[in-house]
Every structure is written in C-alpha cells, then in structure tokens.
Design a protein around this ligand. Structure first.
Ligand SMILES: Cc1cc2nc3c(=O)[nH]c(=O)nc-3n(C[C@H](O)[C@H](O)[C@H](O)COP(=O)(O)OP(=O)(O)OC[C@H]3O[C@@H](n4cnc5c(N)ncnc54)[C@H](O)[C@@H]3O)c2cc1C
Length: 360
C-alpha cells in the first residue's frame, strides 16, 4: 500500500494544519485542565470539520475513510494539541445494538459533543470478571429502577449520559442476566465522586453511586439479556487500531526525549524508538486491512497489548531522561501504568489471544 497522502488527503491535512496553527495552543493537552476543557476541545474540533470523520452522515459524521482519522491523530500530535476524544467504542456499540430511535436521539449529540457520555461497566467487585457485576435494574411500570455502585467511570463528573450495564434478571446465569441502558447522569438517584489518579489528576474519572435512579424502559439498548453482547462490542472496539493513532504521540515524545538527552542515549530510549516505529508500521498495516474491508475480532487484543507495551516503554524512557524532577515526563510515565489496566488488563488480553486466536 502507498502510505503517501492522496491529493484530497493532502488538502485536508493542509487545512487541518492551518486550523491547528491558530487553535492548538488555546487548549491544554494534559493534566486537570485538559480533562476540564475536553468537551470544549471536542466541540471546537467538530465545528471546524475535524471530528467524527468516518461516522455516518445521518448522525453528523462525514463518512470519510478511516485514514482521515489517522491524519487527524498525526497532526494533533505534531501540533502538541490535545488528543482526539475517544468515543468510537460507544458510537459502534450504539450503532450496532441500538434501535433506530435510540441512534437518532443519541448519536448526533455524542458525535458533535453537545452531550457528554461515560461508560458504566466496572464495579468494585467486577472488573476483569465483568459478568459478576451486582448493580440491579428492576422493572417498575415504564421505567427501570437502578441500585448499585460503579467505579473507574471516565468522564463521570461531566457526563450527561451513561451506557450502563446492570443485572435485570437475577435468576439467569451470570452474563445472561445483564442488560444495557442509556441512563441520565443528571438526576437525584445518581451521585458522582471524583477519584484522584496517581499523577494528581482528579477530573478524569470517578465512582458513581446509583440509589433509586430511574431509566425509561425504552432506553434499554437491545433486548433484555443483550447486555453482555453489547459490552463485548464496546470493549472490543476500545482496542481497535484506530485508537492506535497514539503512535504519532509516542513518536513525538521519543523525539523530544532524544533532543533533550545529552551524552549517550539510554537503552530505554533506544528501545522506545524501535518499538514506536514498529507500532507505526503495525497501525498502517491494520489501517490498510480496514480499508480493504477486513473486520477484526479478537485481534483487537493484540493491538491493545502492543500499544500498552509501547506506551509503557516510552514511559520508562521519559523517566530515564527526566527523572522524577520533570512533572510532565513523570506524568507521562505514571499515566502509562494505566494502559495495562484500562479497557481490559494485559493479562485478560493474553487470555483472549490464547483462547480465541491461538485456540489453546
Ligand atoms: C484510566 C482508566 C480508565 C477506566 N475507565 C473506565 C470506564 O470509563 N468505564 C468502566 O466501566 N471501567 C473503566 N476502567 C476500569 C477498567 O476497565 C478495569 O480497571 C479493568 O477492567 C480491570 O478491572 P479491575 O480494576 O477490577 O481489576 P481486577 O479485575 O480485579 O484485576 C486485578 C489483577 O488480576 C488480574 N486478573 C484478573 N482476572 C484474571 C484472569 N482471569 N486471568 C489472569 N489475570 C487476571 C488482572 O489482570 C489484574 O492484574 C478504567 C480503568 C482505568 C485504569
């Protein structure tokens, strides 16, 4: 495959570069400030025509090939701008399992950023073993009434809506009794408490207490008992190659670290440079498969594992160069530790690869 831009892609890239040269510096790209202003950033990108590019026109996207998302990721990294808000897994989840009415009602606001979302799957006793979750949703007339406790819910402090996984049939076996809902976060039965991350950020995620919160029955996504299938679609797409646009971001950090290193380059930094290059080639291969219409199933676990290794190697290199004195490099290292946990841990990805790809 020829990875050079087509004339249309080159024109798009130029337009984006020109826009970023004016607006990138207006938005912080890390720390609490980044998370606080992420919604503003999302809307600014969307309004300028640089977000939701590969999603259906009907819902506010532009139906462009996914290569345009990669161009956006590359140019945002190059400009030192904040990353592209990550929502693809929710768009795919709702697009694949939601009714036409739910898609029409919720996808436009999700894509254009006027409505913020979070994903309420994990609980204190249910992370890797998600099917053991205990939050319940009980039918009461036209509504379901929800009780439970979610944790590590990214964007819970600002979210208007949550894609919630709850147990609707306590008698059915584990994952068969689960259903998914679109529940309003702005109601008296929902309480959100922020959690402080080890890099000091307090606005990325929180825990959510549901105590008699209600959700209309027609905001169930799919049918009762479909929750597990929906959850698997969503977490499968959290690992898709499109999110690997981060390769450009890692590459930029590696180049910055190399420029700062005086004397011999450390082994950590050498290894980070090699791995980042390898990831870039992997992303391109995945992208060309995607453009050829190849659908990925459990292979997403390979992508996620590879991305985690690279981000953590780059994190180690940042620590080797900056020590603990440079707050930005220390934060890059600390944040990289979360990669092997979020969206399914590395051990779980290895289990999926063993069972579903290698057939062990
Ligand atoms: C930055 C960040 C953002 C997140 N955002 C969200 C969000 O928006 N919404 C949401 O619902 N959740 C979110 N999560 C939660 C995340 O999905 C869970 O933390 C993750 O699934 C692991 O669950 P756990 O923390 O309960 O760990 P556990 O499942 O308790 O795992 C503990 C350890 O045991 C290992 N382990 C567990 N089971 C097995 C097994 N079968 N085989 C081998 N090893 C095993 C794990 O790999 C891990 O090392 C987020 C997490 C992070 C770090």
């Amino acid at each position: 495959m020829d990875f050079r831009d087509s004339p249309e892609e080159a024109a798009f890239r130029d337009r984006l570069r020109a826009w970023l040269s004016v607006h990138a510096s207006e938005f912080p790209s890390s720390g609490d400030e980044y998370w606080t202003r992420q919604g503003e950033w999302h809307r600014a990108l969307y309004e300028a025509g640089f977000f939701g590019l590969s999603w259906p026109r009907e819902y506010g996207g532009q139906e462009l090939p996914p290569v345009y998302d990669v161009i956006v990721d590359e140019e945002l990294a190059r400009a030192g701008a904040p990353p592209r808000p990550s929502l693809g897994y929710l768009v795919v989840g709702l697009g694949r399992h939601g009714s036409k009415e739910l898609q029409r009602r919720f996808l436009p606001g999700m894509i254009n950023g006027t409505e913020r979302w979070c994903q309420g799957f994990s609980e204190p006793g249910a992370g890797s073993d998600l099917a053991s979750l205990t939050t319940t949703a009980t039918r009461d007339g036209d509504n379901y009434v929800v009780h439970g406790h979610k944790i590590w819910t990214s964007y819970s402090d600002v979210a208007d809506w949550c894609l919630l996984l709850a147990r609707t049939d306590p008698d059915a076996k584990r994952h068969r009794g689960l259903s998914a809902f679109i529940i309003s976060m702005k109601q008296p039965g929902v309480q959100q408490r922020p959690l402080r991350m080890m890099n000091g950020v307090t606005t990325e995620f929180g825990q959510v207490f549901l105590d008699g919160a209600t959700v209309p029955a027609d905001q169930m996504v799919g049918a009762p008992g479909d929750g597990w299938a929906i959850a698997m679609t969503v977490v499968g797409h959290e690992r898709e190659p499109s999110t690997l646009g981060y390769a450009a971001r890692y590459g930029k950090l590696v180049r910055q670290l190399a420029a700062r290193s005086d004397g011999p380059v450390s082994d950590e930094l050498r290894w980070a440079a090699v791995q980042t290059e390898m990831l870039t080639h992997h992303v391109r291969r995945r992208l060309s498969e995607q453009l050829d219409g190849v659908l990925h199933g459990p292979d997403g676990s390979l992508d996620k594992l590879l991305m985690t290794w690279v981000e953590q190697t780059v994190g180690h290199a940042a620590l080797a160069v900056g020590g603990t004195e440079d707050p930005d490099l220390l934060s890059a290292y600390l944040y990289s530790r979360a990669q092997s946990v979020m969206g399914g841990t590395s051990q779980i990805q290895k289990n999926i690869i063993a069972a579903r790809i290698l057939g062990l």
